[in-house]
Design a protein around this ligand. Structure first.
Ligand code: SF4
Length: 342
């Protein structure tokens, strides 16, 4: 793995709700992971798994309640003001809902020029407009003159998402935290946005933390990179994308893979229903003891209800399961049919 840009060490995030009840929700529980400089990491998990909270911890929007976030080896929350400012520029968040993230009364140019002038990347209006036009070209909004003076409501969902990416690029970041960036746009346009992110990674060496519930888009973007699978606030399996999907060991990841739709009807017919005895995830306010996955796991044994499994293995493939070596590996529905994971 290349040098780490961001490293999470046993990071936890507990939210407390209610003045009287002081209800605790541990959204992230002891997560360790590395985001390499210029690498693509896909963070996959179902709704409520804590992946958005983890993204905000990486982006510095939350201060963890436990553990450390390191930026280029240094404890993020012990940085001096100047270094923290550098970090803020280096890591940019791209939201899921581009319409909500863009100010509706600002034109595209006004949205782009604010960070350009604030960080003195452009010295005056003329330079800011030139830079903004260049950024729109970079994200495929051409000719830029057509878009600079438009308001968000005059753009399509895909165009708004591109503007959001251009705004993140204004400050020349090293990492983009993209939280479900394609989930709110038309299926036909999703591929184009993913292609754009891949192209920015290749051309600018821009790191990407891609947060999603969709393994297929994760594979499209991060096949050459890394995969981390999250369940109820914890990483249950992570490593090099191809290595992990070539030999998925955790029953949760195996269940996710068996739920992916395949375009071949013969293969689809041979798919078995999900092996999970419990379909609904447990309440995150009361996570099960031991392995948090045990109420849904078809392989659970007594030890699973008592002792949490540690995330173990070499850096390119780690699994948190007491029986990772005994559980049979998952295979696509039919060896004869093309698998989305081949
Ligand atoms: Fe299943 Fe036990 Fe492994 Fe958890 S530790 S995933 S319950 S077999």
């Amino acid at each position: 793995m290349r040098d780490s840009l961001i490293a999470l060490e046993n990071v936890s995030m507990v939210f407390t709700r209610g003045w009287l009840s002081r209800e605790r929700v541990e959204a992230v529980a002891g997560v360790s992971m590395v985001i390499p400089e210029g690498g693509i990491v896909a963070l996959v998990g179902e709704t409520g798994s804590g992946k958005t909270t983890l993204g905000k911890l990486v982006a510095g929007l939350y201060r963890p309640t436990g553990g450390r976030v390191r930026f280029r080896g240094q404890d993020l929350w012990a940085l001096d003001r100047r270094s923290f400012g550098e970090y803020r520029r280096a890591v940019q968040l791209v939201h899921q809902d581009a319409f909500a993230a863009l100010n509706p009364v600002r034109t595209v140019y006004q949205s782009l020029k604010a960070p350009l002038l604030h960080y003195r990347i452009a010295r005056n209006e003329r330079e800011a407009r030139e830079r903004a036009a260049g950024l729109l070209e970079q994200v495929g909004l051409t000719p830029p003159g057509l878009f600079l003076d438009k308001y968000p409501h005059q753009l399509s969902g895909g165009q708004r998402q591109r503007v959001l990416i251009a705004r993140a690029l204004t400050v020349e970041p090293r990492l983009i935290v993209a939280d479900e960036p394609v989930s709110m746009i038309d299926v036909s346009l999703r591929l184009a946005i993913l292609q754009l992110l891949r192209e920015l990674n290749r051309r600018l060496g821009l790191g990407i933390l891609y947060i999603t519930h969709d393994l297929a888009t994760a594979r499209y973007l991060a096949e050459e990179g890394w995969l981390a699978v999250m369940y109820l606030g914890q990483i249950v399996e992570q490593g090099a994308f191809r290595e992990v999907l070539g030999n998925p060991r955790h029953p949760y990841l195996q269940a996710l893979l068996s739920a992916v739709l395949v375009p071949d009807p013969r293969a689809a017919r041979s798919m078995r229903p999900s092996p999970l005895p419990e379909i609904d995830p447990p309440d995150p306010r009361r996570p099960p003891p031991g392995c948090r996955f045990h109420p849904r796991c078809p392989y659970a044994q007594a030890i699973c209800r008592e002792r949490p499994p540690a995330l173990q293995g070499p850096a390119d493939h780690q699994v948190a399961c007491h029986f990772a070596q005994e559980i049979p590996s998952w295979r696509p529905p039919s060896a004869a049919s093309p698998s989305p994971w081949a």
